[in-house]
Each structure stands twice: as C-alpha cells, then as structure tokens.
Design a protein around this ligand. Structure first.
Ligand code: SF4
Length: 431
C-alpha cells in the first residue's frame, strides 16, 4: 500500500480569503508541487503492468519531467553555453531512434489498413489491447502516453521542437537546471498559498485516478465559492485522445451579467528580462490548450465509458478506505471511481466556460517581482491547428520536424544537439 496527501486550501496573499477545503496528493513523497499532477498512474510504458491490491503504486509526477524539457530549453536559451550530452548510453539510444520511428510508422499503417484509423476514437480505444497482443513499438502516443494520456506540456514541448521531444522520450530527460528547480520551487510556494496537502492511502490504479478527480472537484468548488484556485488538474477527451493538464491559477471574473473563469499561467525567469517571442508563443499555446481542454470537458461532460475503457479501469472497484473517508468528510461521499466520475460530471455542469482573454505572467525568480502581465485573446483556429499538428507527430503520421530556419538558434541550447541531425547548423540568436 502506498499513500497520497490531502490538500487544505489556505488564505491567499493578494487574493480572496479562502475557506479551508481539501485536496489530495500522494503520501509517498510526491506532493503536487509546480506542475506535478498528484495521484495519476505510473509513468510506465507498459500497459500490461497493472498494480495489484496493496502493492506499491508508482505515482506519476507529470510536470517535473515534462516541464523539464521545455523549461530547460527556455532557461538555457538565456545562457551562453550548454554542456554537451555525450554518454555511451545516450549515443546508443540515439542510434536506435531512427528504427523506432520507422517501426512506429509501420504500426500506424497497419491500423490504417485495418480501417481503424478512420475512426480516431475507436483507434484510441483499441490501443491497449493492440499493444498487449504484439510487442512491436507503436506510435509515441501508444508507447509513452497510453497509460496516462497526453499532457498539455507534451503539446507545448512538441511545438518547441518535435525532434527534441522525440529525443526526450527515447533517450531520456535533460538534467534539471538551477532555473528549472527555482521555477518548480516558486510554483510550490504559490500553491501553498492556496492549499495544504494531507496524505491518503492508495491501493490501486483506480485510487490514483480518484485522487486526480477529487483534486479537480475540490479545486473547481474552491473556484466557484472563493473565486480563485491554483494548480487545478484537468482531464479531458479531445481530438480522439485523453489529455491532462494542471492549470497554474484560475480567477473568477465577475461582471453584472456573468461569471467567467480566467486562466492564468505564471512563468518564472532567472533574469529580469522577457523571453523571446517563440517562448512567449509557447506560453500562449499552453494557456490556449488549457482553455481548449476546459471547454471540451464542459461540452462533452466527461465521457466516462471511454475513460474506463481506455485506461482499463474498474468503475465499481471499492476505493481505499482513506479515500472513502475523506470524500465523505468533504461532502461528496464516493465508494467507487464511478461515483467520483458522476460527481465530476455534476461539477462540470456548474462551471461556466472560461473567459476568452487569457493571462500570461512573467516573474523574476530572485525577488518574485512582476516583469510583465500579458493578456491576450483565445484563438480557436490557431489552437485547433496546433493540436492537430502535434497529434500528427504523436500518432506517428509523419516524421518529427526539426526547428525552422528562423528558430535554429534553439539548437545551440539543446542538450540533444550532439545527437541531432541538425547538429552544426545552429545560427542566429533568440529574437
Ligand atoms: S538540436 Fe535543434 S533540431 Fe535537434 S533536437 Fe535540438 S532543438 Fe531540435
């Protein structure tokens, strides 16, 4: 048995005073700091590794690693040099990438031949069983995200450089930089202003998903009643894939006629300067993805059958005693994951669509001073196209792209540069 923790909202600095509510996250050391999503399934690539009763449940830490890629690039882009990554293992892994990509494309073709690809939802629903039957590597989506869904930071990292994302998945993550650690620490502080974690025991995969859903319900209620919440986990089905994300902050904007949640993302900077335009574009993409996911969650009302089937979950399995006790104390007693999903669906009915305006904040790490607040409008066509393009990469429908000529400067700060075919062609500077 492992365990998870329960978050108790705190009074907000510079915001509304919040009543105490409760969130949960893992007891085995993985509190939901920064972008980490608590209580989600393990980060294994194998869909066949399913935890048994009372065994240790590995708990996914979504963002420390996913955010590492893009934020490493961001933070490194302000530096003059990057230590080369050149271990023998790294090189061996790198050599295998080409063959993995080809296998991935072959697998996709087989799906198409079978007429599965024509129906994206069916295709995704069939991923688990297909993967269990044969061990041939499939698309990156199948191989790396079948157990836990695609994250918003997967989309943003892919937009930064698809080739880098492929290296990240197949070779390994880059080392966390000082700037990245400082960014994570700042997010943890911001989160603590809103919530406090308490521990809960988990005994199954259903329990780990339950924690994520509970945290959404609690956060959504906090938003509705107190006007603000932070680190809200989202789960949604969109464009034929299950997607997850953690929204930094949501503020309820109230006018005479309506209330609209406004999504806010805070980026910390190691220098008191604003990031380059490609970095800012990536931040805008992240916020638009959250809105896209939020709006589709409200529109589709969380397709529960697809959710249980896709992640091979038992909706009627009894949740851990700790989770049952805690949901009961919080006013939404739940015995099973099915109970919780119903509660999530009911919560979605109470939530209004998010505001068309989104807010991107830049903070200086050293003193947390505000460098800039950038408010911008949601662009539904752009975000739809961006997600579509990203999914082509994830589904193995085409080879990953390298950076464009205008953004080739990114390669000078990439930890995979020594392995990448683009090596040696990096020119220019961040604009
Ligand atoms: S070297 Fe450039 S093209 Fe290659 S992975 Fe890194 S950023 Fe992408």
């Amino acid at each position: 048995m492992t365990s998870e923790s329960w978050l108790v909202p705190q009074s907000l600095k510079g915001g509304p005073i919040l009543k105490h509510q409760k969130y949960w996250s893992t007891r085995n050391g993985h509190v939901r700091s920064g972008k980490t999503v608590a209580g989600s399934p393990e980060m294994t690539d194998s869909p066949t590794q399913r935890p048994q009763n009372s065994t240790k449940i590995p708990v996914e830490i979504v963002s420390e690693e996913e955010m590492a890629l893009i934020e490493a690039a961001f933070s490194l882009a302000t530096r003059s040099s990057v230590p080369p990554v050149s271990s023998a293992q790294f090189q061996r892994n790198a050599r295998s990438i080409r063959s993995i990509t080809l296998l991935s494309k072959r697998s996709f073709s087989r799906c198409s031949d079978a007429g599965v690809a024509g129906d994206i939802e069916d295709s995704c629903g069939d991923l688990g069983s297909t993967q269990k039957r044969n061990r041939v590597p499939q698309s990156l989506l199948h191989r790396f995200r079948a157990r836990r869904g695609l994250s918003v930071t997967d989309i943003t990292a892919t937009e930064w450089c698809e080739k880098q994302m492929e290296f990240f998945l197949t070779i390994g993550k880059p080392k966390a930089t000082k700037a990245m650690k400082a960014g994570s620490a700042r997010h943890a502080v911001l989160e603590k202003e809103v919530v406090k974690r308490e521990k809960l025991d988990v005994e199954s995969v259903e329990d780990t998903w339950a924690i994520k859903i509970i945290n959404f319900i609690v956060g959504a209620k906090q938003l509705l009643f107190d006007g603000l919440t932070r680190e809200l986990p989202l789960i949604g089905f969109t464009d034929g894939v299950w997607m997850v994300g953690v929204i930094d902050e949501i503020r309820m904007v109230v006018t005479e006629s309506k209330r609209n949640p406004t999504l806010v993302e805070t980026k910390t900077r190691s220098k008191a300067t604003l990031p380059s335009e490609p970095q800012q574009r990536n931040g805008r993409l992240q916020l638009m993805c959250y809105k896209y996911l939020w709006d589709s969650l409200l529109a589709d009302k969380f397709p529960s059958r697809k959710f249980f089937d896709f992640f091979s979950l038992n909706p009627n399995r009894l949740l851990s005693q700790d989770i049952r006790d805690s949901t009961s104390k919080s006013g939404f007693p739940a015995e099973t994951l099915d109970d919780l999903v119903r509660c999530l669906q009911n919560t979605c009915l109470m939530l209004p669509p998010t505001h068309e305006q989104l807010l991107l904040r830049y903070e200086f790490q050293e003193d947390h001073s505000l460098l800039r607040e950038h408010q911008f409008a949601y662009d539904s066509d752009w975000i739809r196209d961006s997600i579509k393009r990203s999914l082509e990469f994830w589904r193995g429908e085409r080879e990953p792209s390298c950076t464009s000529d205008e953004e080739r400067w990114k390669c000078r700060f990439c930890q995979y540069a020594s392995t990448c075919p683009m090596n040696g062609s990096a020119e220019g500077t961040p604009n």
